[in-house]
Design a protein around this ligand. Structure first.
Ligand code: A3P
Length: 250
């Protein structure tokens, strides 16, 4: 692959993002804007679909009006709320597959090479550690911090939490429908969420599907024992003083 990342303010970004940098930097949120802020591969599409379904009162037809990234455009640089985080190990694995199939991102190299690059934050949109720390340390005012692993474990409870944060009171049938429609299986077959409308020259799903595995703990199939020990050491140092207990297996 010929694609390159470019560095802006110390962070590697995709060229399309760099080209829109002025617009992104000058973005001004309105008081009632809701922003979804995720590190890549933390479940961005999932939470976008959940928010859309809540907004549309689980009206599937309305939700399928356009591909999800157009219903909820992704804003890479913003100051307010609704971060969604996923444990670093599964994020790394997911990102590795994504970078292989994404033709506009550079080749990730071998798993060992990628492991180092991810730890050093030398991947698109910067360091997982900086992202998570940055959001965790933010003023809690009007920020709903969600975890991929929690949504996986108890989707109904977490979706309810998102709805409350959005000031919506959902009745039981609507809530159940949202749980059902935002399941991994449904989103994998839904062309508005599975990115199947994106040309193969950009996302080559024959290399790896966009909605790939959707599990907690896939890292165990990729990390060697030595890599895991090494990672845990580095994690302790980089996340010093931060007490977030990421769930690593369900
Ligand atoms: P995997 O590669 O581990 O399968 P993003 O949208 O931020 O790029 O995140 C993509 C990750 O979220 C992928 O992880 C994808 O499978 C997972 N995902 C998307 N929809 C999901 C759902 N409904 N349930 C569980 N995981 C989901």
């Amino acid at each position: 692959k010929q694609s390159q990342l470019k560095e802006v303010a110390g962070i590697l970004l995709q060229t399309a993002t760099v080209d829109n940098w002025n617009q992104i930097q000058n973005f001004e949120a309105k008081p009632d804007d809701r922003l979804i802020c995720t590190y890549p591969k933390a479940g961005t599409t999932w939470i976008q679909e959940i928010v859309d379904m809540i907004e549309q009162d689980a009206d599937v037809e309305k939700c399928q009006r356009a591909i999800i990234q157009h219903c909820h455009p992704f804003i890479e640089w913003a100051r307010s709320p609704q971060p969604c985080a996923r444990n670093a190990k599964d994020c790394m694995v997911s990102y590795y597959y994504f970078q292989r199939m994404n033709q506009v991102l550079p080749d990730p190299g071998t798993w060992e090479e990628y492991f180092e690059a991810f730890i050093d934050g030398k991947v698109g949109w910067g360091s997982w550690f900086d992202h998570v720390k940055g959001w965790w340390e933010k003023d809690r005012y009007q920020v709903l911090f969600l975890f991929y692993e929690d949504i996986k474990k108890d989707p109904k409870h977490e979706i309810q939490k998102v709805a409350q944060f959005m000031g919506k009171n959902l009745d039981e049938t609507v809530l159940d429908k949202i749980v059902q429609e935002t399941s991994f299986e449904k989103m994998k077959e839904n062309p508005m969420t599975n990115r199947s409308t994106v040309p193969k020259s950009i996302l080559d799903q024959s290399i790896s599907p966009f909605i790939r595995k959707g599990t907690v703990g896939d890292w165990k199939n990729h990390f060697t024992v030595a890599q895991n020990e090494n990672f845990d050491e580095i994690y302790k140092k980089k996340m010093e003083g931060i007490t977030i207990n990421f769930c690593l297996e369900l």
